[in-house]
Ligand binder design. Structure first.
Ligand code: FMN
Length: 167
């Protein structure tokens, strides 16, 4: 419960990279997620290469038609969650995978934030060119992304506005 309570979205990363060992721990947590009908059709891509991450940032800037987009917050590592575009549960499966990875990353002290700008980018030529460059089949789209890294800037817990009802 402490890990759930203490997780925060981090939006300012320093230049320190996440180790391969820690990236593997975070991805492993993603692969332990439940998926609809237990299909496990997702692909999880862990990016630690500066070149690949820069290509991805260029691609999303083209896709958004915004050269100034900086929603990766200068992270040095990112994990992409991919789903077959025709999987009816892709949003739910990807959300479960993301939460598992966010909690595991937080547990081992790796800051993280969900990046949502890839959703609905299946038809984007810029994003497709990026996916081709890393040998991803055309039936997949990026459903979610997780920016990862380290920061001294830990935001406070937000006000809890959920409605709950016990009957
Ligand atoms: C579906 C979803 C999409 C999100 N997309 C983004 C995003 O694109 N960029 C961003 O900075 N944060 C994004 N977030 C993070 C939320 O803004 C954040 O979780 C929320 O403000 C609560 O803050 P906390 O994570 O620190 O508790 C997203 C979170 C979720 C669950």
């Amino acid at each position: 419960m402490d890990i759930i309570k203490n997780r925060r979205s981090i939006r300012r990363f320093n230049s320190e990279k996440v180790s391969t060992e820690d990236m593997k721990k975070i991805v492993e947590a993603g692969t332990l997620s439940p998926t609809g009908k237990n299909l496990q059709e997702n692909i999880i891509v862990a990016i630690s290469s500066d070149d690949v991450l820069n290509n991805l940032l260029s691609s999303i800037r083209k896709h958004l038609n915004n050269e100034n987009y900086n929603g990766f917050y200068n992270c040095k590592n990112m994990i992409l969650v991919l789903s077959p575009y025709d999987n009816n549960n892709k949003k739910f499966d990807s959300g479960c995978i993301m939460e598992n990875m966010m909690l595991r990353a937080s547990e081992i002290g790796v800051g993280n934030v969900w990046i949502n700008q890839f959703f609905d980018s299946y038809d984007s030529p810029a994003i497709r060119a990026f996916l081709n460059s890393i040998d991803i089949d055309e039936k997949y789209e990026i459903t979610c992304a997780l920016a990862l890294g380290y920061s001294d800037d830990i935001p406070k817990q937000k006000e809890n506005k959920f409605v709950t009802k016990f009957i």
